[in-house]
Write a protein that binds this ligand. Sequence first.
Ligand code: ZN
Length: 292
Amino acid sequence: MLDLRELTAFGPVLADGGWGTELQKRGLAGGECPDLWNLTEPARVVDVARSYAEAGSRVILTNTFRANRVSLAGYGLADQAAAINRAGARLSREGAGGRALVFASMGPTGKMLAADEIGADEILAAFHEQALALAEGGADALLIETMSDPAEAALALEATLATGLPVIVSFAFDTGRNKDRTMTGATPEQAARHMEERGAHAVGANCGVGIAEYVPVCRRLRAATGLPLWIKPNAGLPEVVDGRAAYRTSPERFAASIPTLVEAGANFIGGCCGTDPEFIRAAARALVPPCA
Ligand SMILES: [Zn+2]
């Protein structure tokens, strides 16, 4: 099994940027299921993966954020779950071309356990099916991301550990006065400890309101756990321009916060919504300062 501690032992590892906006640039329409493109537009999906590997990402994700059968059911695609995930992992491997590892993206179901919109068994089964298909497709590790509810994250973790692959669990901290809680109220300390106790190989924070806000969140995760930390902030808060989300942070401003994020203990660094290969190029320069 890939060892995430060994992988990050010699310094922070650069991950990729956002996928949704990159697929939109390549023609994905609003309301279309991005994950279905793994079956219908594979060349465009490979192109996104390749663009990140070429920009310097040493870890790239997969186009499978919504590809659990509960989320896919919203598009009438539940029975395609296994095929979409297998293809997603395979396409990212193809785009990586041996230059980057492939960590497979698994987002939340979108249903609230606490409100009885979904049962624990259904969550376990959905993530288990997704994780097995991603492993079959050749994923090097699994990333449970943009989580809000530690209870759903714990079920997803249990279901994915069964693959034998390393599992990272990452939460979105975007709520509360200091933007340091998940939507369900979990703090970085609670999220990190809860996941470490249940066997996660790394924990982290993604999405959120911006890179500067994730520096203190990263510091608190670091104080709460010795596990490798995965940090992928958004390019600031989105504003709606012409019906689409626009992000105001520039690649240079994003990259300027990277040394502080490294000091705060981040081991994997990338970008979430609104970041693209230009952000990753800028981040790569920030991680490896030019020789004097
Ligand atoms: Zn995001």
